[in-house]
Design a binder for this molecule. Structure first.
Ligand SMILES: Nc1nc2c(c(=O)[nH]1)N[C@H]1C(S)=C(S)[C@@H](COP(=O)(O)O)O[C@H]1N2
Ligand SMILES: [Mo]
Length: 235
């Protein structure tokens, strides 16, 4: 099997993970895809399952690399290639400004990050609604998430509700109170672009310390959410 990118360590199972602020936030309607296309565009557009269904479905197996150094191998994603969605449903309808190359992704939980359009148009970037032959669960980003395996997990936004195309990268800020140094503009795994200003080889040592607590925190929050959902269904 291929070797892992620099500083990454294989993990047997795929944990629910993220920034602590978002551990207790879950999508209100995890079955319904509704993504607003906005920013420096001529017309705001809404993508839903019916619109996405007009684009051929794509599947791929890829590894997933969290910036904190854990990687899971060979996940089977299914959804639509970002490039296909951009060419068929976004560019002709929303008509983003020709210079709008900064793309902000927003999750229903308030999480957001930025990527470059040229990185998103590569063939391994998906908008996924299925994982390992199952509908995507809330732990991994239902109803729809970005899958960009060449970029650290924090660019793979879950619970997508908006995609914005901007000419100016200052149209956006990494979620408060997390420092901008945690959000590299590209975050390419192969170049160990873990964060800005601080070398990846230093950040990896700090980040790996927070894995056990974060995995525990996110899984406990999910268990509490499931208990709540079952209780509410009985009332
Ligand atoms: N909406 C949303 N997307 C998010 C996050 C988040 O907290 N909220 N965390 C990011 C981080 S840091 C990682 S490693 C991956 C984790 O994805 P997983 O929960 O499917 O393992 O989601 C990324 N996308
Ligand atoms: Mo992450």
């Amino acid at each position: 099997m291929s070797t892992l990118p620099p500083g990454q360590v294989e993990r047997a199972s795929f944990p629910r993970f993220g920034l602590g602020k978002f551990a207790r936030r879950f999508p209100a309607t995890p079955e319904t895809i509704a993504v607003r296309i906005a920013g420096d565009v001529e017309t705001d557009v809404r993508l839903d399952a019916a619109r996405l269904g007009t684009v051929p479905r794509a599947t791929q197996r890829s590894d997933f690399h969290c910036v904190t150094t854990w990687s899971v191998r060979d996940q089977a994603w299914s959804g639509w290639r970002f490039a296909d969605v951009y060419e068929r449903l976004i560019a002709p309808v929303a008509r983003p400004h020709a210079d709008a190359r900064f793309v902000v992704f927003r999750g229903e939980d308030g999480y957001c990050t930025i990527l470059l359009l040229e990185d998103l148009l590569r063939p391994d970037v998906l908008l996924a609604d299925r994982l390992n032959d199952q509908p995507l669960g809330i732990e991994h980003g239902a109803p729809l998430r970005l899958v960009a395996p060449a970029h650290y997990g924090y660019k793979n936004v879950k619970h997508l509700v908006a995609i914005e195309f901007w000419r100016d990268r200052r149209a956006y800020r990494f979620p408060f109170p997390y420092p901008a140094l945690m959000d590299h503009p590209r975050a390419r795994v192969a170049f160990e672009e873990r964060g800005r200003w601080i070398p990846g080889a230093i950040l990896r040592r700090l980040y790996r310390l927070i894995i056990p607590f974060t995995v525990w925190n996110f899984s406990r929050a999910l268990a509490a959410h499931r208990t709540r959902t079952i209780r509410d269904a009985k009332i």
